[in-house]
Write a protein that binds this ligand. Sequence first.
Ligand code: PEP
Ligand code: MN
Length: 270
Amino acid sequence: MKDLSDQDFINNVPLTITQPRWSDEWFRIAGPCAVESQEQINTTCAALVKMSIPYLRAGAFKPLTFPYRGPTCYELRDEGLQILQLAKETYDIKVVTEVTDVRNVDHVEEVADILQVGSRNMYNYGLLERLGSVSKPVLLKRHFGASLRDWFGASEYIIKNGNNKIIFCERGVSAPHTHSPTARFIADIQIIPHVKRLTNLPIIIDPSHATFDRELVPRMTYAAVAAGADGYIIEAHPTPMNAAVDPLNAVTFSCLQEIDNTSKKIKSIV
Ligand code: PEP
Ligand code: MN
């Protein structure tokens, strides 16, 4: 960790550190991993509106491990964006969705209220530079192997090119020992106070990808909120076990309601 407190480090990332606070929002974002159908998105929107959760998350463009796409491997791309657009016209909801490639920034920007950079793209400097000219906030996920210095370096690419509306998102890091066969990452709760100590930019937690285990999602959200997180992004699905992507971590809407209520209480205490 020594290099993180070096004056050299500070000098190398002045913009991320010196930005004024651009938002005091408590970010509450939930929804399926992937856009699957209009019905799935509408059902989710109706549930979110009922809970007053302002942001729907759902990926139209997905960074899937294998390049094959089929009925059980969803990436609806432009059709997915159209589904999200229609949902926005029907429900009082804002959309967070991923932009995977510099070539689809224009399309995603038309629909998204917040553009998500996935963990794998945190090092995609061409994409980050392009997002500097977008007027909407960018949710910048941490790569699962990135140090805080690398993460701030990525945000620096966006800010230097004109957009300081960054929302950092901790989504779990690779660790030599995970705790169950399906776990690939561990939630790095400790990074939250580190980020808050160094910058005014908000940081939220993604407990879904950090755990890949729906039973752990509530408690990891609470731990992050207690550590100072400015909100959450959680995978929730009308029928979690049937989710086309990430069925292990999606929570039900009633679980989401419970997480939302308890998070608010913890936030008010800390
Ligand atoms: C996602 O949020 O849909 C996603 C793919 O997450 P990550 O980039 O953190 O793996
Ligand atoms: Mn997912």
